[in-house]
Design a protein around this ligand. Structure first.
Ligand SMILES: *Cc1c(COP(=O)(O)O)cnc(C)c1O
Length: 359
């Protein structure tokens, strides 16, 4: 079986050696030595000044909305994983969808201002497949209208924009370290923020609101990452170069196969970025072709995934106008298998199966 991704597992002995340090202390969570060390290593690897690692990539979104005290409407993208929208609704705010750019697949910044009302408090946008939003334009709009900006940067591990980590942009940026993501801790995630007061509030929120063992700073929840997750992160991080090199090879293979094929549209990457080879989406002319391709792959035990489907403005718990571009893209986009260890033979087979269906 070939899946859209395969979790990178470090050698078990290396994981166990790191894990033994947690055993020796008898300390399994509440920011033990492993989580602290992971945060230190991540700061240096990513080039960020602050990080709070958490137990997944969804709670950081919810905590960011909570800590920024957002109310009313939040402008967001319909083309993302469901957690982007559900976090807004979960925090009692209303998602207001703005359609996406047909090639970059991120929120269309030229349509944001038309969606702003007196009730708008923020923009929550996703850097889709590691491709950053129009960061500069969004920053200007946010300043002009006094809005907060949160970036769901779940796909962006290692991505840089204009020479620095993409996590440095926005009031808060979040990442996911889920097993399907580029860098992982089993389940896990993080948030990034460069304002020290806000960072403290975010920290308290993720730890029940504790400000020391007996005092409470305010309302909180439990989003703490455990030492077991920390150990996985410390075991995976030294392999990032291996992971990126292997994924680049797969991406280069797909690119060569599809780049001049007018039946297939590929993701257009922004200028001034260093990308991370996190996903390889292909867009077909229509959903019928996509379904044919998907089925042909399935018949050969190959599971590509419809990231992202459906367009989030069609979720049962939101109301929205039609989002023409997002709904069109969502109906005909497929992410192809991309992971360390995907063989040339399998790649050749995947490409051939797709070609057979679109000819
Ligand atoms: C994976 C993902 C999340 C959620 O992260 P978890 O770690 O699974 O909670 C949020 N947003 C996007 C865009 C994602 O891809």
């Amino acid at each position: 079986m070939i899946n859209v991704t395969k979790t990178f597992l470090p050698p078990l002995e290396e994981y166990q050696t790191i894990l033994k340090r947690a055993w020796d202390t008898g300390w399994m969570t509440n920011r033990g030595v492993l989580v602290k060390e992971l945060e230190t290593q991540l700061k240096s690897y990513l080039g960020v000044s602050h990080i709070i690692a958490m137990t997944n990539g969804t709670l950081p979104l919810q905590i960011a909305i909570k800590a920024l005290n957002l109310k009313g409407e939040i402008i967001t993208t319909p083309f993302s994983y469901v957690a982007t929208t559900s976090s807004i609704v979960w925090e009692g705010c209303t998602p207001v969808f703005v359609d996406i750019h047909p090639e970059y697949l991120t929120i269309d910044e030229t349509k944001i201002e038309a969606a702003i009302t007196p009730n708008t408090s923020a923009i929550l946008a996703t850097h889709v497949f590691g491709n950053p939003c129009a960061i500069d334009a969004i920053e200007l709009i946010a300043k002009k209208h006094n809005l907060k900006v949160i970036y769901d940067a779940a796909h962006c591990f290692g991505v840089t924009y204009k020479g620095q980590s993409v996590f440095n942009y926005g009031d808060v940026s979040t990442c996911s370290f889920h097993s399907t993501k580029l860098f992982h801790t089993g389940e896990g995630g993080a948030l990034f923020c460069n304002d020290e007061d806000l960072l403290n509030a975010l920290f308290y929120h993720h730890n029940f609101g504790h400000d020391g063992p007996l005092d409470f700073h305010g309302l909180g929840i439990n989003a703490k990452i455990s030492e077991l997750q920390g150990a996985m992160g410390l075991a995976v991080l030294p392999y990032m170069k291996t992971i990126l090199d292997a994924r680049k090879k797969v991406v280069d293979y797909y690119l060569e196969a599809f780049i001049n094929n007018y039946q297939i549209q590929l993701l257009k990457l922004r200028a001034d970025i260093h990308w991370n080879y996190s996903y390889f989406p292909v867009m077909f002319k229509n959903e019928t072709i996509l379904l044919k391709v998907e089925q042909a792959l399935k018949n050969n035990q190959i599971n590509a995934r419809r990231y992202f489907y459906p367009s989030l403005n069609t979720l049962p718990y939101v109301t929205s106008k039609d989002m023409k571009v997002s709904q069109s893209v969502a109906s005909r986009i497929l992410c192809l298998p991309l992971y360390v260890g995907l063989s040339k033979t399998d790649l050749k087979r995947i490409v051939q199966l797709i070609m057979d269906q679109i000819l």
